[in-house]
Ligand binder design. Structure first.
Ligand code: NAD
Ligand code: UFG
Length: 335
């Protein structure tokens, strides 16, 4: 089976490419390299000793997408391509809407044209807005608190309408919680541009001595230690979830939605403590103001994915921090 992976050079895609190759799939990857580089593709090929058919192209370029579908006989698409920085999406919302929404519409139209109807979509726990309680189940009310989140919500709604109009589509919407960590080889991992927005990539750079100290965004939340709680999930577990979703699509399930998380929440201070154990040093931090838009606590109820996909996150927080640190130490300047 041949899988088209959009955003195929990115962080989650590169780990998913490994799992796809492990499971015997052929991988066709498309990426415009706006937030990644070819090196991640080459490292995956080297790790696995297998080729990826890579196309440097923009999903907004319909002709380029048509030519890929023309050349390759695609069976299913995993759609990672998108812009993902919450803060940036507030400053340049139209860029986010064009890239994420128009890009997805293009892709779906080309799939329709070539009769490909198996689709896995990278959604996010951000679609739960500020959840009323935890753990979060898939039937919670949905809302968006920023333009990035709105693109995810709008794409989910678009996929719902598409499926209503034509039930031959098989669509798996995967709502990721907080992916962190890296492949255990230390050869591939997250390589954010500039100063990281997210906690663990930031902590990794402090541990590596690239940044001076961690800013803890608020310690007056209604949580046991006052800092925000999230459901961190090892990126390799997350990648395996995509293989399970592809397998599920072959049973013609229609449109299905799954939370991919561990079901366990860790606070910012717990992450710092675990990271200190992984890197064997004290990590300087300072408590600063809350970051606007942040919620106190979010973690998944992942039981639907266990029941229906037979998938469960296996790797604990220690391994997430160790693998993150191994990647960071081996690649202090990224790829
Ligand atoms: P990433 O930036 O590493 O990967 C996205 C890839 O898409 C990049 O390689 C980028 O160059 C590519 N891309 C962007 N626009 C494109 C376009 N128009 N045409 C072709 N390629 C394009 O991000 P990631 O963390 O691997 O995230 C993958 C997906 O998962 C994204 O859709 C993101 O919104 C979603 N997601 C990520 C997280 C997270 O915390 N990392 C959480 C929830 C959901
Ligand atoms: N935090 C800090 N200091 C930092 C960065 C973050 O204290 O330098 C705190 C935040 O306040 C929050 C926690 O660490 O309590 C996690 O923050 P992240 O930025 O790592 O992750 P978020 O949960 O805010 O959001 C991320 C992505 C979203 C996505 C969401 C769920 O940025 O796009 O996970 O998948 F929707």
């Amino acid at each position: 089976m041949k899988i088209l992976v959009t955003g195929g050079a990115g962080y989650i895609a590169s780990h998913t490419n490994i799992e796809l190759l492990n499971s015997g799939y052929e991988v066709v990857a498309v990426d415009n390299l706006s937030n990644s580089c070819m090196e991640s593709i080459m490292r995956v090929e080297k790790l696995k000793g297998k080729k990826i058919h890579f196309y440097r192209a923009d999903i907004l370029d319909k002709q380029a997408m048509q030519s890929i579908f023309d050349q390759e006989k695609i069976d299913a698409v995993i759609h990672f391509a998108g812009l993902k920085a919450v803060g940036e999406s507030c400053s340049i919302p139209l860029t986010y809407f064009r890239n994420n929404l128009s890009g997805t519409i293009n892709l779906l139209e080309v799939m329709q044209e070539f009769g490909v109807n198996n689709f896995v979509f990278s959604s996010s726990a951000t679609v739960y807005g500020e959840p009323e309680r935890v753990p979060v189940t898939e039937d919670f009310p949905l809302s968006a608190t920023n333009p990035y989140g709105r693109t995810k919500l709008m794409i989910e709604e678009m996929l719902g309408d598409l499926y209503q109009s034509d039930s031959s589509w098989n669509i798996a919407i995967l709502r990721y919680f907080n992916p962190i960590g890296a492949h255990e080889s230390g050869e591939i991992g997250e390589d954010p541009n500039g100063i990281p927005n997210n906690l663990v990539p930031y902590v990794a750079k402090v541990a590596a001595g690239v940044l001076e100290k961690i800013n803890v965004f608020g310690n007056d939340y209604d949580t046991p230690d006052g800092t925000g709680i999230r459901d961190y999930i090892h990126v390799v577990d997350l990648a395996v979830g995509h293989i399970k979703a592809i397998e599920k699509l072959s049973d013609n399930p229609g449109l299905v939605v799954y939370n991919l998380g561990t079901g366990v929440g860790y606070s910012v201070m717990e992450i710092i403590n675990n990271y200190e154990k992984a890197c064997h040093k004290k990590l300087p931090y300072v408590v600063t103001a809350r970051r606007p838009g942040d919620i106190a606590i979010s973690y998944a109820d992942p039981s639907k994915a266990l029941r229906e996909l037979h998938w469960k996150a296996e790797k604990g927080i220690e391994q997430m921090c160790e693998d993150s640190y191994r990647w960071q130490s081996k690649n202090p300047n990224g790829y």
